[in-house]
Ligand binder design. Structure first.
Ligand code: ADP
Ligand code: MG
Length: 350
């Protein structure tokens, strides 16, 4: 009898200790999900990653490795990249490429078609002439611009699905996927996070944002839309989003001023000059970032009316467009989730 009693007392004491430990772990939050934040530099831009989950650190490191891998394959500045190899072989032979590069070019060409050639992955000769954002930036000679424009044509990109190869038809043609690669990279980052069971993360590739899941407190992520008239960090409005990509192409990121005029890095293939549509910032909200990135660059050039019509017709994709006269236009799908916070701007309902 006595032995049984001692055993029960020990059992009760043991259970009490376990309960105490569990309660203290809960209170001190040791079991709370782990948040990991890291900044780095890749794809020619500042990268900010924020992931919440037990494998956050491992997942973030894997994402950074993947971003560098994408940069190695797709940079127009690295001689060994697949993009550079296609450029070197222009007018001569096709180059076999990885699934990644093939996919990005295929998508880029889809957007060129949808956006009436405003987005064009063969824009490189013009981008190089202007060299905006580099030490060589300058207003090129008229004649140079005309010569470069002659070889900018997305219809000259030949894809061979069987051989998985890409060729540029004419000599001197050159590829630039700077307007779409970050979107692809953001989608890859999201997939790596999902593989590591990260249900909440904010992926920021130089302003190309993917909001995975929702915040730790279960409310949507709040993403600010940059005020194009001000330097970084000043927003004109806020978007409430879950599992969405938010990509903005703006004239305020890379540009130079000459005689009071702004020359920015989004080049209109039809004029050879930085786009002069009245849009100064084009944001695309979509499920996949490759769509957002590809579309935002072209939409910027297309101008408000065409852009709204085209984006409204694409299911699951929305746009917020800001014009130089401080008007904000948007497609129907974002009206519920976008809040204009800066009174200097006017919302225009179309
Ligand atoms: P960012 O990369 O600065 O976030 P974008 O996605 O709009 O902005 O891409 C701009 C880049 O795309 C330019 O730096 C250039 O490399 C390339 N680019 C410029 N004009 C065009 C165009 N008309 N079509 C496709 N790519 C372009
Ligand atoms: Mg883009």
């Amino acid at each position: 009898m006595i032995i049984i009693d001692i055993t029960s007392i020990l059992l009760i004491m043991f259970s009490a200790v376990i309960l105490f430990i569990l309660i203290s772990v809960f209170i001190t939050g040791k079991y709370e999900k782990h948040e990991y934040i890291k900044s780095s530099y890749a794809l020619g831009t500042l990268i900010n990653l924020r992931a919440i989950g037990r494998n956050a650190e491992k997942a973030v490191d894997e994402v950074l490795e993947r971003l560098n891998d994408i940069d190695d394959k797709m940079s127009a500045f690295k001689e060994e990249s697949e993009i550079s190899k296609i450029t070197v072989s222009a007018g001569n032979k096709a180059e076999r490429v990885s699934d990644d590069t093939y996919f990005v070019i295929k998508k880029a060409l889809e957007y060129s078609k949808i956006l009436e050639g405003t987005f064009d992955p063969t824009i490189r000769p013009l981008v190089k002439l202007w060299s905006i954002g580099t030490k060589e930036e300058k207003i090129p000679e008229e004649a140079e611009i005309r010569t470069a424009m002659e070889i900018v044509n997305y219809k000259d990109v030949v894809l061979d699905e069987d051989k998985h190869s890409i060729m540029l038809k004419q000599k001197k043609q050159a590829l630039d996927v700077g307007g779409i690669a970050k979107g692809f990279a953001a989608d890859e980052a999201r997939d790596i996070f999902l593989k590591h069971k990260i249900k909440s993360a904010l992926i920021d590739l130089g302003g190309n944002i993917f909001a995975l899941g929702c915040k730790q407190d279960k409310t949507p992520w709040k993403v600010g839309i940059q005020n194009p008239f001000n330097s970084r960090g000043d927003f004109l409005g806020i978007l409430d989003v879950e599992n969405k990509s938010i990509v903005t192409s703006g004239n305020y990121e890379r540009y130079f001023m000459k005689d009071g005029k702004r020359f920015h890095h989004i080049i209109d293939p039809k004029t050879g000059y930085p786009s002069e549509s009245k849009i100064i910032s084009a944001t695309i909200i979509s499920d996949n970032s490759i769509d957002g990135d590809g579309l935002s660059t072209g939409v910027y050039i297309l101008g408000v009316d065409k852009a709204l019509n085209i984006i409204e017709a694409i299911r699951g994709v929305d746009a917020i467009l800001v014009t130089e006269d401080k008007k904000v236009y948007m497609t129907s799908g974002v009206k519920e989730i976008f809040m204009l916070t800066n009174e200097e701007f006017a919302l225009i309902h179309k």
